[in-house]
Ligand binder design. Sequence first.
Ligand code: PEP
Length: 261
Amino acid sequence: MNHMRTIVAGNWKMNTDLASAEALVEGLVKEAAAFPEGVEVVIAPPFPFLEMAVKRCTGARIIVAAQNCHHHEKGAYTGEVSAVMLKSIGVKACIVGHSERRQYSGESDKLIGEKAAALLAQGLTPIFCCGEQKEEREGGHHFDVVTEQMKGALGRFSNPELERIVIAYEPVWAIGTGLTASKEQAQEMHAHIRALLHTHGASVAERVPILYGGSCNPGNAEGLFAQADVNGGLIGGASLVVEQFLELVRIAGAAQVGSRQ
Ligand code: PEP
């Protein structure tokens, strides 16, 4: 199944300042010409650094994404940023439904679906995150939890809309904890997500990339990225270190070549 798009996306979260964000972008841009064919590289810096990143990444093979957006186009929503604004500065994608936003900002699947709809309306790619908590996995409910998240957020979309979405499976217990899903655990959940997509038709299942996220780093990525239904990674901590992120891009490229042999 790894003939589909392979994506390595870096979620910088609330890290960097202008100088360190510029240094991080430059470190990646310098190496962009050597990125493996067929690997899409995405970075999601904080809002204040998006325009700088878009400008510096123009002409390099790096797509700039936001980490969040509001579900309305404009209006009296103090402190919020719309998909329209993101589009106007050249941002091409946006993370929605990250577990940190679900946890700290109380975002529901319905709201996450509305954010994804706002992005699709502007021609931006939603990177939709889903994943279970530790207790949910221990209770054996992880498949049901992810099914509900997918249905609750994405159930509203037509097939052509679904085909423009990227999914990231991020088990909450693995995010920023140093714990990683084993390659078997990742593959079985990705296969479950692929089967859910398949209920909308083969073309949806074949077109939507499913990324793995959760303490993914150069030490564990090879096994994860080699799985049949893992189409790359959403990377937190390791995306803040140029050498580590570049190594993850290289590993994703090698996994893609391996899957074609
Ligand atoms: C994330 O926040 O999307 C993530 C995967 O973080 P980390 O890689 O640090 O676990």
